[in-house]
Design a protein around this ligand. Structure first.
Ligand SMILES: [Zn+2]
Length: 405
């Protein structure tokens, strides 16, 4: 305890709320809006101006783009000389853009060259002079909400609603502690996902951020799984359920990124579906070579061959749990007896070795020596939110929900 007075969480909420949905991330204090006109005169001129754009192609020097634009050689040379000190000429990439602004009289008034980080090096022609300015990108983050409905697979649902693949993978990972993606996803199930989209000063998407909120409706929408991102007062962030419990559990229910899993309905047949006293494990069908993830932190207590499991790995975790992963096509690099692995680390790849009729991962959970059904295991939640964090989380969560639904 350093005795420093902590800011009230409610005060923080007031500060945070306006930024929840649109937050501007200036990268430099003297940032200026790239498109804003500065004076009424400029504004009037801007109305009549015309902008064209050029692009570097393979093997181009900067001057090639200017000549292709139709500028005369002398002007093109002068512009290149003016911007050169501010442009990383050695690392020019095909696709880098230049923007040419012409006045109403058709004369070039401005040339902007875009660096790979979005910075614009701007050269303004004023009489005989060329004035150079550096415009740092004004990035804006907005949160967008999409709904994906499962027609053929979760993956296709994400593609259909335009969700970027890496954000979708992140969302699936957050639910893989609670959801068996092979058995729990039915046709017609759906998810709502809110995630960050980063825009540059031209209003173009320049990247994607994190999942802010996600709800997954499974088993014919009979079950709901919710998670919300929350930044704790100590600055760390994680994803939590409705009660403020972390969504990360001791073991994953699905030891493969669920995005790769063939859905339980439809064409899939080969692996044995379901846990029974004869088949004491769960089979996850996925394409050959799909990474298999350690479902919890642990130590490799077996790595090798068995006629039944083929190439397989067994891990020992804390609290009496072990897990086993069978039919691998290969082990991940560096895996050997006694290796320590982290939760979610790739330990091997899906195959069809041993007694198997098609590529899948046979997954067993063993509790003090007895095989248990991973589909029904209920792990106590990890570190839950408490005190001020919990109160603030609930306020932020409610305001998120009410802003979207
Ligand atoms: Zn099996």
């Amino acid at each position: 305890m350093n005795g420093k007075k902590q800011k009230s969480p409610y005060l923080r909420l007031l500060l945070v709320l306006p930024f929840l949905f649109t937050c501007t991330l200036p990268q430099n204090p003297d940032v200026s809006d790239i498109t804003a006109a500065e004076t009424p005169a400029e504004e009037a001129a801007a109305d009549l101006s015309r902008e064209t754009r050029g692009e570097l192609v393979r093997g181009d020097n900067l001057i090639d783009m200017l000549l292709r634009e139709g500028l005369e050689g002398e002007l093109a040379n002068a512009l290149v000389l003016a911007v050169a000190p501010h442009v990383d000429m050695v690392r020019l990439q095909p696709g880098q853009r230049g923007f040419f602004t012409y006045g109403c009289d058709g004369v070039l008034v401005k040339f902007q060259f875009e660096e790979s980080d979005g910075t614009l090096v701007e050269a303004r022609l004023e009489g005989e002079d060329i004035l150079v300015d550096i415009k740092h990108p004004l990035l804006t983050t907005r949160v967008v909400l999409v709904r994906g409905t499962v027609e053929s697979s979760l993956y296709n649902a994400a593609v259909d609603c335009g969700m970027p693949l890496n954000v979708f993978m992140d969302m699936i990972q957050l639910f893989s502690f609670d959801v068996d993606f092979q058995r729990d996803i039915y046709r017609g199930d759906y998810f709502d996902a809110a995630y960050e989209v980063v825009y540059n000063g031209r209003g173009e998407v320049s990247g994607y951020g994190e999942v802010v909120m996600a709800r997954l409706f499974t088993r014919g929408a009979a079950e709901e799984h919710h998670c919300y991102r929350y930044v704790k007062l100590d600055g760390t962030r994680d994803w939590y359920d409705d009660d403020g419990g972390t969504v990360r559990k001791e073991l994953l229910k699905t030891p493969i990124n669920g995005a790769y899993i063939s859905s339980g309905f439809g064409t899939r047949v080969s692996p044995i579906t379901g846990y029974s006293h004869k088949h004491k494990g769960v089979d996850f069908a996925a394409p050959q070579g799909t990474p298999i993830l350690a479902s919890g932190k642990g130590t490799i207590t077996y790595i090798g061959w068995s006629d039944v499991y083929g190439w397989y790995i067994q891990l020992r975790h804390t609290n009496g749990y072990s897990t086993l992963y069978g039919h691998m096509s290969a082990f991940a690099k560096g895996m050997r007896l006694g290796s320590f692995v982290d939760q979610g680390q790739t330990i091997g790849y899906v195959g069809s070795t041993g007694m198997s009729t098609g590529p899948h991962c046979h997954y067993e959970v063993i509790y003090y020596g007895s095989k248990i059904n991973p589909a029904t295991m209920k792990f106590p939640p990890g570190e839950s939110l408490k005190g001020d964090d919990l109160a603030l989380y609930q306020l932020e969560r409610k305001s998120l929900i009410s802003s979207f639904f």
